[in-house]
Design a protein around this ligand. Structure first.
Ligand code: SF4
Length: 382
């Protein structure tokens, strides 16, 4: 491990905590091609729309990426100078950062005319997948999770993304990303919204996963971030369809804060049933192939740390997201966690990885709003 990786992870913690202040049109006329934001799950920065060509992520070092959060008032800022993107802290030059390469399977048309980037959702820099059932009835019940901006995003800047998936489209898109010569695809990342009934989950999520699985050649792992079903039998059905690892994100470990921040999950599903669903899934998928995500910054760090220990002791893997206040969400004005809090939770997580060698991360690459992979690589250890 070089010192640079430790510095870079600390830089990432700071950028996630404070965001970056830069002109909203900074990238609109940038002459080089790059992968710009798809607005699949949320809008993380105020007023940013597809016309701004906002990069999906920034590359901070060889293998570390970060979310790009535009926040006025941050001491961090970006300038484009001689076609280079330079990061400054106030007026001090810090380093050049890079923009993500556009996936080679983008800008292609499926046979029904659908653009590939409107159906293939790329997580992080280069992990392809789909976002099935991009809806959640907690919004219509007035009980969305406080940090979630999915509904507002999909009705506005993300409305070009495919919402109703046709079998032929899924087959074609899967073959397209798997057969296009670009980067290795170690895993496919599926995300789903929240269906009101298990029948909808079967129809709109499990069936399409089976379609992906059948189209894959060779077969590769499929991960899904899902809401647990009412009937646990569906967890077996996810596995039978081809899913190899699954995440049910409790988001907030503290019971009282869970009720406040995730009122829909609390009211329509419940904290205890959530834990039971994780335990059930662990029996189906095996130790540490089931993950529970917590959002850093929505509860005191010691509560997140306790939550992670609790999960690991049950054979459940851990996953995290550093809270970002999305403008279209209930917590749009809530502060981000401080750098100190982020690094404190990160160090505790680092210790958990040392003590539990079986414990891995969902993705084998750096992702934008989490430090999981970097911590697992030991970048924080002295
Ligand atoms: S369950 Fe919560 S996080 Fe998931 S889509 Fe609904 S509101 Fe968003």
């Amino acid at each position: 491990m070089s010192i640079d990786e430790k510095v870079t992870i600390e830089l990432k913690a700071s950028l996630l905590s404070r965001g970056i202040n830069f002109d909203i049109d900074l990238f609109a006329d940038y002459t080089r091609e790059f992968y710009d934001n798809q607005f699949v799950y949320g809008q993380t920065s105020k007023g940013v729309a597809p016309k701004h060509r906002f990069p999906q992520v920034l590359l901070l070092g060889e293998d570390i990426i970060t979310a790009l959060l535009r926040r006025e008032g941050s001491p961090w800022n970006l300038k484009i100078e001689d076609n280079r993107v330079n990061l400054y802290l106030n007026n001090h030059y810090v380093r050049e950062v890079h923009l993500p390469e556009k996936p080679a399977y983008f800008d292609k048309q499926l046979s029904d005319g659908t653009l590939s980037q409107d159906i293939i959702a790329v997580a992080g820099e280069d992990t392809p997948g789909f976002f099935f059932y991009p809806d959640c009835y907690y919004f219509s019940e007035g009980k969305p999770c406080g940090f979630c901006s999915m509904k507002g995003t999909r009705k506005s800047v993300g409305k070009h993304m495919v919402s109703d998936f046709i079998e032929e489209q899924i087959v074609e898109a899967t073959k397209l990303f798997q057969n296009t010569k670009w980067r290795d695809i170690p895993l496919i990342s599926i995300t789903m919204g929240t269906c009101r009934t298990d029948e909808e989950t079967r129809e709109c999520v499990i069936k399409p996963i089976k379609t992906i699985y059948d189209a894959l050649d060779p077969k590769i792992p499929i991960h899904i971030l899902a809401h647990p079903p009412q009937d646990f039998k569906l967890i077996d059905e996810f596995k039978e369809a081809g899913v190899t690892s699954i995440a049910f994100n409790l988001e907030v470990f503290d019971r009282d804060l869970f009720e406040k921040i995730c009122p829909g999950k609390h009211h329509f599903y419940g904290y205890d049933k959530w834990i039971e669903s994780l335990d059930y899934a662990r029996k189906v998928f095996g130790d540490y192939n089931v993950y529970c995500g917590l959002v850093w910054g929505l509860e005191p760090p010691k509560s997140t740390i306790r939550g992670n220990e609790y999960m690991v002791n049950r054979g459940i893997g851990i996953a995290s997201n550093v809270f970002h206040a999305d403008p279209k969400s209930v917590l749009g004005k809530y502060p981000h966690p401080s750098e100190e809090d982020i690094l404190r939770i990160a160090r505790a997580q680092s210790q958990l990885y040392v003590e539990n060698p079986q414990l891995g991360t969902i993705f084998s690459v750096s992702m934008r709003s989490t430090l999981d992979w970097e911590i697992h690589r030991g970048y924080l250890r002295k």
